[in-house]
Write a protein that binds this ligand. Structure first.
Ligand code: ADP
Length: 775
């Protein structure tokens, strides 16, 4: 016994001699090979090595070793490798029974070899006797032939049968007289006629040395396998002697063993395919591939989804088949109530074995075009297994074999079922993982959103309380969760009836409700959605929304009031001008026309302010950045104000040095005019308004001081807001939109300056703005 030494440290088989693989080959060529050769796991491409050995001598029993994890793929390679004899097994190097098994194999192989040698020499004697045509020898030969426990056939030089013993008649089903004189090939239905020819040639070429091969004979019920030993004996009637030994049982047993191993390897590979990728499509794509061509010519995976069925993978043995399957998938996507096998399997929730002919194939199709496509797929047989995990049917796995290949049988269904079981478990795991990930994501979203969210169970106990709820309600999640909401928020009992709760899928219109939290009151805009396990509420602080609402209605009120006054004057004046007789009263007419012009200007100013405010809001205004002599601008603004006053001396400019700033002269003038206008509006008609310049280190400051009504400290921060007007009682009678100071602030800001006020109620106000000073 020789174990070629691939320097495998694991290989310790007592009683074995170790030799390098090349040495083993040389021994085989000299016919000195041992009966069993064990090829170590470390030998590179042990299958190729086995093929080379078996080309030299098929009768050597081989055991190929592999690491346990490589065993399935090795087994599969051996299954499909050509030129290998029947005695090739794959084992794990770590198999504890390996040594015993090898020893037993060696024993069997030795026996077979001894037997063959004996027969070969008997055959040679027999041939000699036949050649001599000695009657006694002939009798002897006849007896030998007939008593031999093997089918023995002698062939003449032309390949026809010259002798056919009793055993041949029994095993090959033809009588001697039918066989003799016929070419041997015509008597046997060989799966590979070439194999016989090669065997005979080899025997002739190596005269005296028997050659061996395994021949497969096709018969009605299947195949039989014969170990054929041919030896050339000389010339005449029996140039070659062929001995056939029925090895069907052994070959089948070996095939079954190999098939079982291949099945195992399919299962392992399917398991691997499913285990690696986490995207369902990828996993099932690989799974579909693994089954082709070993188990199926085509594989289809359909998954059950909310919307129905989804085909997630198809695999086909060749590109044409795959293309046809993809077309079927595109044009006839599976639907739950279709006659397609996958849908049928899902409905009955049990494996389905179909043997198909043209008629029954039609029954699985939706229409004629579908049928035409399926005829191109040409399924002969199909197994469909449902994917079931934890009582839920998740999908179906379809395996298809075309004609020209054994149809599926119960064993096939069983294997498919086992693959299906694994696939279902994997699918279930992936879905569970996805749900968990979705939950985690949802939880992160809940943590991040600005809306307060809490979930109550049916007993109104808090199950979830997000950080926004913590902030808005001032109650930590740890404090709230597990307690009844009524105990967490004492106001809840009174509020609950007012909070709208919608069903899932409906939209609840939030209600704004007041919530008393200790000292202060909150306004929450809140709505709930009823779930199976309770109710989830979402809310936001309505205070800012309320402010916005108030601002909107303030705007409408102010603007419409401000518009109505001048409009009423214009309307009234126009009506009066219509009156008969007014034409003569020139003075009155001039007065009315003047009123219309003035009110028209006021309206235009108002509209301008509104437009400017909204332009400033959107930041779309373009301001010049130029050197501006602020003193000059101030002098002009003061002059303009004085011109419109009955007592021009009321507005005064306190003399100063020139002061240059960076900004937009036009807009600086507008700001100043606005402040002077306000100072005049909010102070008695005789109180002075003083404009003053102050040169500061980095800026020029402009002051507008009045001795008017003043602004309470609490209002000073807010008067610059849009539409804000201080105490309506105080300003009653004085028109305004609350836009002026807002516009001033925005303009100054955009010129990189700032604006402010110092004021005392009843004493007066000093507004100022400052701009960056030019060097
Ligand atoms: P409007 O004057 O059109 O109401 P503004 O934005 O110019 O709008 O001013 C906002 C509010 O600030 C005024 O309504 C008024 O209450 C207050 N205010 C502005 N200027 C003065 C001032 N010089 N003295 C007293 N209050 C003022």
């Amino acid at each position: 016994m020789v174990a070629p030494d691939g320097s495998d440290p694991e290989l310790a088989l007592p009683g074995f001699a170790l030799a390098p693989p090349e040495e083993a080959l040389r021994l085989a060529e000299r016919d000195e090979a041992p009966d069993v050769i064990v090829v170590a796991a470390a030998v590179d491409d042990s299958v190729a090595f086995a093929q080379r050995l078996h080309r030299v001598d098929r009768s050597i029993a081989l055991v190929l070793l592999a690491e346990p994890e490589r065993l399935p793929s090795l087994t599969q390679s051996v299954m499909f490798a050509p030129f290998l004899g029947p005695d090739v097994g794959c084992r794990s190097a770590a198999d504890p029974l390996l040594a015993a098994e090898v020893a037993e194999l060696a024993e069997q192989a030795a026996q077979r070899r001894r037997f063959r040698a004996a027969l070969a020499s008997a055959g040679a004697q027999l041939t000699a006797a036949t050649l001599e045509r000695h009657p006694q020898a002939r009798r002897l030969a006849g007896r030998l032939l007939d008593d031999a426990p093997l089918a023995i056939v002698a062939l003449a030089a032309d390949g026809t049968v010259s002798a056919w013993n009793r055993r041949s008649a029994e095993t090959l089903g033809r009588l001697e007289r039918e066989a003799v004189g016929q070419p041997l090939e015509s008597l046997l239905t060989l799966a590979e006629p070439d194999e016989l020819r090669t065997l005979l040639e080899r025997a002739t070429a190596q005269a005296g040395e028997p050659a061996t091969a395994i021949l497969e004979l096709r018969e009605d019920g299947g195949s039989r396998f014969f170990e054929a030993t041919a030896s050339a004996t000389g010339t005449g009637d029996a140039t070659v002697l062929l001995m056939l030994r029925d090895e069907t049982a052994r070959v089948e047993a070996a095939r079954e063993r190999e098939a079982a191993r291949a099945e195992l390897s399919f299962l392992v590979e399917a398991g691997d395919a499913l285990a690696a990728p986490t995207r369902i499509e990828d996993a099932f794509g690989v799974l579909a591939q693994v089954a082709v061509p070993w188990f199926a010519d085509a594989t289809i995976v359909d998954l059950v989804e909310e919307a129905g069925l989804r085909r997630v993978a198809v695999a086909g043995r060749d590109p044409d088949l795959l293309a046809t399957l993809e077309e079927v998938q595109r044009r006839y996507p599976p639907s739950p109530d279709s006659p397609q096998p996958a849908a049928r399997t899902l409905r009955r929730a049990a494996p389905l074995l179909l043997q198909l002919d043209k008629e029954s194939l039609r029954e699985t199709c939706v229409d004629e075009e579908h049928y035409a496509l399926m005829l191109r797929v040409a399924p002969r047989s199909a197994v469909v297994v449902p994917l079931v995990a934890r009582g839920r049917t998740l999908g179906a796995l379809t395996f298809i074999r075309r004609s020209g290949r054994d149809p599926y049988d119960e064993q096939g269904v069983e294997l498919a079922r086992r693959v299906g079981e694994r696939a279902a478990i994997h699918l279930d795991n992936v879905q569970l993982l996805k749900t968990a990930q979705d939950r985690a994501r949802a939880a992160r979203v809940l943590d991040a959103i600005g809306d307060g969210v809490f979930l109550l169970d049916r007993e109104e106990r808090v199950l979830l309380w997000n950080p926004a709820a913590e902030r808005a309600l001032g109650v930590a999640s740890a404090e709230a969760v597990g307690r009844r909401l009524g105990d967490v928020l004492s106001a809840w009992a009174a509020l609950a009836p007012a909070v709208p709760v919608a069903a899932v899928g409906e939209a609840a219109r939030p209600e704004t409700v007041p919530v008393q939290l200790g000292e202060h009151e909150l306004w929450l805009s809140i709505a709930g959605i009823a779930l199976e396990e309770g109710t989830v509420y979402a809310f936001r602080d309505a205070a800012s929304e309320a402010a916005l609402e108030r601002m909107k209605s303030d705007f409408v009120a102010t603007v419409s009031h401000e518009l109505r006054t001048p409009l009423a004057s214009v309307y009234g004046a126009a009506l009066t001008l219509e009156r008969p007789g007014i034409a003569d009263d020139v003075g009155r007419r001039r007065q009315l026309t003047r009123l219309i012009v003035e009110e028209g200007e006021r309206l235009a100013q108002l509209v301008d302010d509104i437009l400017l405010a909204s332009t400033l809001d959107s930041g779309r205004i373009d301001l010049a950045r130029e050197l501006v002599d602020v003193r000059d601008v101030a002098v002009r603004a003061v002059e303009a104000a004085r011109a419109a006053l009955p007592d021009p001396g009321r507005v005064r400019f306190r003399r100063s040095d020139p002061a240059r700033a960076v900004g937009d002269a036009q807009r600086i003038r507008q700001v100043l005019a606005n402040l002077i206008d306000n100072a005049l509006k909010y102070s008695p008609p005789d109180a002075p308004v003083i404009v003053e310049l102050e040169r500061r280190t980095a800026s020029i400051r402009v002051w507008v001081r009045d001795e008017g009504i003043g602004i309470p400290a609490s209002e000073q921060g807010r008067i610059f807001e849009k539409f804000y007007r201080a105490d309506p009682d105080l300003t009653r009678g004085v028109g305004g939109t609350g836009l002026g100071l807002y516009i001033c602030r925005e303009l100054v800001r955009q010129m990189h300056g700032r604006i402010g006020v110092e004021s005392r109620v009843g004493k007066g106000s000093s507004f100022f703005f400052e701009l960056p000073r030019a060097a």
